[in-house]
Write a protein that binds this ligand. Structure first.
Ligand code: GTP
Length: 361
C-alpha cells in the first residue's frame, strides 16, 4: 500500500523555526523530522511514499532524494500554488490507484496502521480517520462518532462550551481512491472543512479509528520541544532513546574534563563544550556547536553551528542554526530563528520568539 504525506503547508504556528526550514525538516534528535515519519512508515511495511509539496519544497527533495538511504521509494508531487490538504491529494491522483494512507506531515505517532487497515476493511469504509484523545480539544478538529464508529459530525476548533468529546482528528487517514472524484482539480480544497463534511452529508461510509497510541503534532514550538523531550526521555519506543537518561556524544566533540552533563543528552558531531559548562537534560545540541566556559543549558533544543557564550544561561528554549549568543546572556523559554546574534548580557523576555537574522542588544 502507498502512503501520501502532506508536507506543503506554511507552518505559521511554528515560526520563527519554519521561516527558512520546512516544518517537516526541523531537526528532531538531530535529524529532519520527516526521517522519523519515514522510518515509522517503513517499520509498518509501507515503502512507496508520495510527498506532496508546496511551500519550501526544495530542501526536502535535496535531502531525501529517492528515499533509497532510508529503504523507501519516494516520489514528489509539487503544487505551484497551495491546494490545501485534499487539493494536494487530488494533485497526486496519478500515483493513487488503490486504497492509500494519508498523513499530515507534522504528526509523529505509533498508531498501528495494520490494525487500522483491518478495521477499515471490516467496516467497508470509504474513509477511515484516526482519532486521538487530547486534554484541550479547543485547538483541534473534534470528531463525533455514532454507534459502530461511524463519524457523525466534525467540529473545527470548538469553544469550551461546544466540546462534546476529547477525541480529535489525528491527521492520519485510510482512503479509497473513489474519494478522489469528490475533490475538484486545481482548486484549494480541505479535508477537514470541505471534503469530509460533504461525505457525511451524502451518508458515505466515513469511520473513526480511535487509538491511544503515542501521538503528537509538532505544529507549534511548544509541541516541537515536547517531541524532542519525549524521545530523549524514552517515550518514543524504537524511535528515540531507550532508557531515558543516556548521554550520546557525537564524533569529533571536545569536552572539557570539568564540564558536567546529566542525561538524557544528545550532542551532534564536532561540538566543543568548555570548562565548567553544565548541560542538564533533556537537551539536544546539533553538530558544530560551541558551548563556552561556565555556560548552563537546561531542557533545550539547540540546532547546528550555534555558539552559547561563556556564562550564558539557556533554559527551556529553542535556538535555531547559526545563532551566536555572546557571554552572560539569560534565555528562558525563548525561541530564536536562524542567524540571531545576541550581545553580551542579553536577556529577552521569557516567551519571546525572535525572527531570523536579528541583532539583539
Ligand atoms: P499552520 O500554518 O501553522 O497552520 O501550519 P500548516 O500550514 O502546516 O497547516 P496545517 O498544520 O493545518 O497542515 C496540516 C498538514 O497539511 C501539514 O503537514 C501541512 O504541511 C500540510 N498542508 C497544509 N496545507 C497544504 C497544502 O496546501 N499543500 C500541501 N501539499 N500540504 C499542505
Amino acid at each position: 500500500m502507498k502512503a501520501i504525506i502532506l508536507v506543503g503547508g506554511q507552518g505559521t504556528r511554528l515560526r520563527p523555526l519554519s521561516i527558512n526550514t520546512p516544518k517537516s525538516m526541523v531537526p528532531v534528535l538531530n535529524v529532519p523530522f520527516l526521517s522519523h515519519v519515514l522510518r515509522y512508515l517503513s517499520s509498518c511495511g509501507i515503502k512507496d511514499i508520495i510527498l506532496t509539496q508546496g511551500h519550501l519544497a526544495a530542501p526536502i527533495e535535496q535531502y531525501f532524494g529517492n528515499g533509497q538511504s532510508l529503504g523507501v521509494n519516494l516520489v514528489y508531487s509539487v503544487e505551484h500554488e497551495a491546494l490545501g490538504t485534499a487539493g494536494a491529494i487530488k494533485n497526486a491522483e496519478r500515483y493513487l490507484d488503490d486504497t492509500f494512507i494519508t498523513l499530515n506531515g507534522d504528526i509523529f505517532t505509533h498508531l498501528d496502521l495494520s490494525a487500522m487497515l483491518r478495521a477499515h476493511r471490516d467496516k467497508k469504509a470509504l474513509v477511515s480517520i484516526a482519532l486521538t484523545p487530547v486534554d484541550d480539544p479547543t485547538k483541534y478538529g473534534l470528531v463525533e462518532t455514532a454507534d459502530g464508529g461511524r463519524v457523525s459530525r466534525f467540529l473545527e476548533k470548538p469553544s469550551p462550551a461546544q466540546i462534546t468529546t476529547n477525541m480529535i482528528n489525528a491527521g492520519t487517514y485510510i482512503i479509497e481512491p473513489e474519494v478522489l472524484k469528490y475533490i475538484p482539480a486545481g482548486e484549494n480544497h480541505s479535508f477537514e472543512r470541505q471534503l469530509f463534511p460533504r461525505l457525511l452529508n451524502e451518508c458515505q461510509a466515513v469511520y473513526a479509528y480511535p487509538s491511544s497510541a503515542y501521538w503528537i503534532d509538532i505544529g507549534s514550538p511548544e509541541k516541537y520541544s515536547q517531541l524532542n523531550r519525549d524521545l530523549l526521555c524514552g517515550e518514543g519506543g524504537d524511535f528515540g532513546f531507550s532508557r531515558g537518561n543516556e548521554i550520546v556524544i557525537g564524533r569529533g566533540c571536545q569536552l572539557h574534563p570539568t564540564a558536567r552533563i546529566s542525561g538524557p543528552v544528545l550532542v551532534g558531531e564536532n561540538c566543543i563544550i568548555g570548562a565548567n559548562a553544565c548541560i542538564a537534560g533533556p537537551v539536544v545540541i546539533g553538530a558544530e556547536c560551541r558551548i563556552e566556559d561556565e555556560a548552563t543549558l537546561t531542557e533545550s533544543v539547540i540546532w547546528q553551528n550555534v555558539t552559547i557564550g561563556a556564562e550564558c544561561k539557556v533554559v527551556s528554549s529553542i535556538i535555531a542554526n547559526h545563532c551566536h549568543l555572546k557571554a552572560g546572556g539569560k534565555y528562558e523559554n525563548v525561541v530564536l530563528g536562524d542567524n540571531v546574534t545576541a550581545e553580551c548580557g542579553c536577556a529577552p523576555e521569557p516567551g519571546s520568539k525572535i525572527s531570523p537574522g536579528i541583532l539583539m542588544i
